[in-house]
Design a protein around this ligand. Structure first.
Ligand code: FES
Ligand SMILES: [Fe+2]
Length: 439
């Protein structure tokens, strides 16, 4: 159980907050690259409680600047995209991608005032379909060589979705390996050959057992958590009746991402990015170790469930997430359809906009959640004391050398579980056209 003060400290992310200061030390997904593929690439971005405008200038360079014009505060999302920058429609002040004002056409001839006007701006760059922003002070850190960044563009598909809750409870569903046996339980198994692009719809590892059956039949995982250079590795062991165990390896990438297996071919790296204290986006990079990702199919599957331009899910609390009691009797554990994203969304949104952690009761299966909260509290303290070297991926060793992380399902003899997953992981990597060994 946490105190109210600790809960606030972990949850709130605006400028000047503890968790906000930690998140600002890491690159944050700000938009999908596809959002800027329009004739006028200018979009509003609300990120970590700050209102910004993201745009491409006429040369194709990306800029992320304060949404409010520093002159008299109007909305620069309506700016004129010209002369390699964004021009405010109110009095014509013109800003380049660094936020520097370069012209004030209404001020007296020869005025130099513009030189002293610089609005907030943050570095941005694109990686395999996602535009990342760095909102901290000083130079941004390099990117680790995670698979989702190292894979060629053909092997990564990026998408996002809106959840109406705080970022931390959204992320915590991803470090809770036990819930998959309940929340995502299917009372009937589909043909795994029809499961392309869907979580838990493949065969379990190298067997013919549908993953859904395995999760249903073995609901009490033994969960081990290890500290790593990027965050945490979670190992869920489901001990089977025949002396073998199913080993599922998932990861928490500090502070707000997870990397998990989706199918035998693909992993999902997913950030839970705060829009503000009470809303967040999940951003996923689906990464294939085998064939190139069928982006058209992946996109179509997800567009059926979301509305543009805000990527809000069509099933949500206003329509009870599509809850159907008959379906709950016969087909799914939740009665909320077959898309597991909706299940997770219901779980994290129905806790309330900011989960009250003073009244929860954590069990043994919540070991990843409590470990991560301790790490986050420690990181908040370190940043407060000005010691970034205590943060994951800020300490010794090169960030660019961090690879993987290994995220896989494997089955083998119970007392060999460690070799079982490492072997499956290295086999998948050596069979892949692009993957390198995990670090
Ligand atoms: S408010 Fe933007 S130029 Fe005046
Ligand atoms: Fe889930």
């Amino acid at each position: 159980m946490m105190s109210e003060q600790q809960n606030e400290l972990l949850s709130r992310i605006g400028p000047g907050t503890g968790a906000g200061a930690v998140l600002r030390q890491y690159w944050q997904p700000a938009a999908l690259a596809e959002e800027l593929v329009t004739s006028r690439p200018v979009v509003p971005v609300r990120l970590l409680g700050e209102d910004l405008v993201l745009f491409r200038d006429n040369s194709g360079n990306l800029g992320l600047i304060d949404r409010r014009c520093p002159h008299r505060g109007v909305d620069l999302c309506f700016g004129r995209r010209e002369d390699n920058g964004l021009r405010c429609p109110f009095h014509g002040w013109h800003f380049d991608i660094t936020g520097q004002c370069v012209e004030q056409p209404g001020e007296p001839e020869g005025s130099q005032m513009y030189k002293n006007i610089r609005t907030t701006s943050y570095p941005v760059l694109e990686k395999n379909g996602i535009i990342f922003a760095f909102m901290g002070e000083g130079d941004p850190p390099p990117f680790p060589a995670f698979d989702c960044f190292a894979a060629p563009d053909t092997h990564v598909f990026a998408f996002k979705g809106l959840w109406e809750c705080n970022w931390l409870q959204a992320m915590e569903v991803g470090i809770d390996p036990a819930h998959a046996s309940f929340l995502h339980r299917f009372l009937q198994d589909e043909d795994p050959n029809e499961g392309y692009g869907k979580q838990f719809r493949d065969k379990a590892a190298n067997t013919e057992i549908p993953m859904t059956q395995l999760l249903r039949e073995y609901p009490r995982p033994e969960i081990k958590v290890e500290d790593t250079e990027f965050g945490l590795r979670l190992i869920a062991l489901r001990h089977m009746d025949d002396g073998r165990s199913h080993v599922r390896v998932t990861n928490q990438i500090f502070p707000e991402a997870i990397c998990i297996p989706m199918s035998n071919e693909m992993t999902i790296t997913q950030w839970h990015v705060p829009i503000d204290d009470e809303t967040c986006y999940w951003y996923s990079m689906f990464t294939s170790f085998g064939k190139p990702v069928d982006k058209a199919v992946m996109r179509e599957q997800r567009l059926k469930e979301h509305r543009l331009p805000d990527y809000a899910p069509l099933k949500n609390k206003r329509n009870n997430y599509g809850y159907d009691p008959d379906e709950q009797e016969s087909l799914t554990y939740t009665g909320m359809g077959l898309d597991i994203n909706v299940h997770d969304q219901w779980a994290v949104e129905s806790m309330g906009r900011i989960q009250d952690r003073t009244i929860e009761h954590l069990g043994r299966t919540d070991v990843g959640i409590s470990r991560n909260r301790r790490k986050l509290l420690a990181a908040i303290k370190s940043v407060e004391q000005g010691d970034l070297s205590a943060l994951p991926m800020y300490g010794e060793g090169e960030i660019e050398a961090i690879r993987g992380p290994g995220s896989i399902d494997a089955i083998g003899l119970t007392d060999e579980w460690e070799e079982v997953w490492l072997k499956a992981e290295s086999q998948r990597r050596s069979a892949s056209d692009w993957a390198t060994a995990q670090s």
